[in-house]
Design a protein around this ligand. Sequence first.
Ligand code: AMP
Length: 397
Amino acid sequence: MAKLIVSDLKDLKGKKVLIRVDFNVPIKDGVIGDDNRMVAALPTINYVLEQGGKAILFSHLGRIKTEEDKKSLSLRPVAEHLAELLNKPVTFVPATRGAQLEEAIAKMEDGDVLVVENTRFEDLDGKKESKNDPELGKYWASLGDVYINDAFGTAHRAHASNVGIASNMQQAAAGFLLEKEIKFLGEAVDNPAHPFVAILGGAKVSDKIGVITHLLDKADKIIVGGGMTYTFYAAKGIKIGNSLVETDKIELAKELLEKAGDKLVLPVDNVCAKEFSNDVPNKVFEGDIADGYMALDIGPKSVALFKETLADAKTVVWNGPMGVFEMSNYAKGTLEIGEFLGTLSDATTIVGGGDSTAAVKKLGVSDKLTHISTGGGASLEYLEGKELPGIAAVSDK
Ligand code: AMP
């Protein structure tokens, strides 16, 4: 059933609108690195303000395990940066509950913006935010009239600031960012234009089993790259030298290969080195990898094969790098695939967060792709076909 969207909420004048955003941005010495997530939340915040609502924003930032963590993980610099992005004053409340917060909310005028302190400050007291403490969700819900969830990055978790608040409100709507994520990932998984090709990389097969299994029935091809390749190699009896392998997953890899037939497309050559280092010589091996070598990137023939597999795709979903892209000598496979996706103008191209997002940004091709997800873990769970609690808690239309 279709979900209630923020644009369905017409009468926000004078309403206190609680918005869960994902402002979990990198901060070093009080300076924000990449503010993409904040920029992505602006349409929802601006809509609420234009409708005359009072925007009360909740977000987590990092993980709070000790009292000390609070010093470097306050949302104050984020609130200050938001004021610049919105070009208007933003009130920051250095508390997650109590009189100071309630009084600041009571003073708000229509069109005002307030940022509540990092929701995970509540985790110091029995993980109240992360374990969705029922009293906390109810309390936060009592501070507003309407709730909007626009935090896709945490939608795969049931926390007090998403599921907790939503389940205590009469109306919980999806923000524009959440709507966009549901639209693109949902369409790719449930109703893709064919050929539908998934590209899965990254370190471990165990992290991607759910996605591979779910997409085997839906995708026309699944390209596998990155560290998880070599568990599949081991399953096929190809020599892997010292490459990354999950020995307890070799049997499963065999089963997946059998089930997939020629749907799974594996690299045919690999860039290998004797050490996990950018400063040692490397060598390309086709097929078997010699003893003493480990595969750290896909080779040129694999890049060509993958491009050929992708050439006529109408839907592409990509999650995980093709090699150890953090080291320049092993970044080529990931970068070339990212660049090629940017040329597929007839296809819906979706990047599922995390390292693959970093790769397309580095290449400057992100604006040539259809959708870059803001959630790594959340997009993976979506691709596994799981119901995300943060989305399930949004009201139906
Ligand atoms: P993931 O978080 O599962 O997407 O994995 C990303 C990580 O996998 C990156 O840090 C890569 O360096 C790493 N990775 C990719 N390919 C390989 C490889 N061939 N050997 C070791 N690690 C790899």
